[in-house]
Design a protein around this ligand. Sequence first.
Ligand code: GTP
Ligand code: MG
Length: 477
Amino acid sequence: MLKLPALDRLPEWLADVPSLTELAKGSTVWLAVTGLSRAGKTVFITSLVHNLLSALHNPNRMPLLKVVGEGRLIAARQEGAKAHLLPRFPYAANIEAMAKTPAGWPERTADISEIGVDIRFVPSGFVGEVLGRVSGGAATLKLRIVDYPGEWLLDLPLMSQTYAEWSRAMLQLWRRGLRADIARDYFAFIADHPADEGTSEAVAKQAHDLYRALLITARDKHGLSYLQPGRFVCPGALGDVPYLWFAPLEVPDSVERPAAGTLGALMEERFEVYKREVVAKFYEDYFRHYGRQIVLVDVLGALLAGREAFDDTRLASEAILQSFRYGQHNILTKLLGSARVEKVLFAATKADHIPDLQRDNMSALLRNMAALPALEARGNNADIHFTTLASVASTVEAAQEVEGRQGVIGRMVGAGKQTRFYIDAIPVQPPRPDAWGAPFLSIPQFEPPLIDPAPVDGIPHINLDLALDYLIGDRLR
Ligand SMILES: Nc1nc2c(ncn2[C@@H]2O[C@H](COP(=O)(O)OP(=O)(O)OP(=O)(O)O)[C@@H](O)[C@H]2O)c(=O)[nH]1
Ligand SMILES: [Mg+2]
């Protein structure tokens, strides 16, 4: 029979009651993994799942995930087939791609997907003691991991803008620096098609196609990432529906709304449907369930791509951060109701490209990039942390320095031989405008190390266990 706890332990016991029932029957935690294109989401989830499934055989891979380090893990299994709404995350195909010879990386991802891992464990401390008597000592946590494009979060600001305001803001952005060169043809097109010309389906579609091509060129050829609307670059499963066929036009400051029957009015109508059917729906139906989220940022890639790409990543990171800050009356609060993201980890990825000593700088740089204003109104926001990690450590540290620089050694994809990679010290603050060298768009692509596709040995990583402990460790206590 269950004995009541001693009086001096009563408050602690009361605080634990709801979680006790939950623990015994198995509770669920959602962990969403997001980040801009190529940030490392798919590789992160693949390594995370593989290392969790391998943790019982090789606990040395994940010692800093406390449930593993403290020897309390009983089993970790991929959940069985269920009638889930989202497409399944292709874990098996990804591991196969990484484990084959020659080793490669998983395919690019176009849409949201999901995978579940059931973690059976012995709760720690007092909860464990009591649970031991009610359910044989074990608890289950159902971890549901979701992969979704960070580009979708860039659309949040649209929710509080009219079409005219959005158009003016976008065109102002595209008139600056490198963007002005990329957008030259687009500006020429809209100079011939002002917002107050008569409506035309063909012209609207043409403007949309040109604008969308512009966003994709900016991303793929110039490494830019602050690109709106997010679904124009990452449409997911939307298909080519007509309400997507809009684009910014020149709308004079004096005009609040384009007049009926004009090209601008058609664009505005589509913009409003997009906000309602795509942006709001994502927050209301999906985002609101994802209590724990990790935002991956390719900080190194942004640094190497040059000043404009770096500044753009910074703008995009700031915009993404808005999805985790709850003001009193802001739009996010309206969309999410009472739902809250509890913990968010911003992580600089691909840390295996830089030597150990530089990694703390990378975390600091990411924190400074996101310019979290001293975590203002802390109580209102999600609990936000910053770190640096490598989901799949593919290099070793080079033994020798070259001209005072430390480096790493790995095998380049397709090259078959070892290559050294040295970089200058990672700055803690975003570099000053005069400190930038010539852009160097892509970072070297190292091959993954030798990986056993069976969930036995796991995959070498940097800080993956620590990241997971921050995100869900409290639910595994
Ligand atoms: N060395 C190394 N390379 C990595 C790591 N993570 C990701 N990469 C590289 O970055 C590329 C992109 O990683 P993905 O996980 O596919 O990125 P993603 O965010 O899912 O990209 P999209 O699906 O296109 O949005 C991979 O193909 C690898 O080349 C890592 O931990 N170490
Ligand atoms: Mg992906």
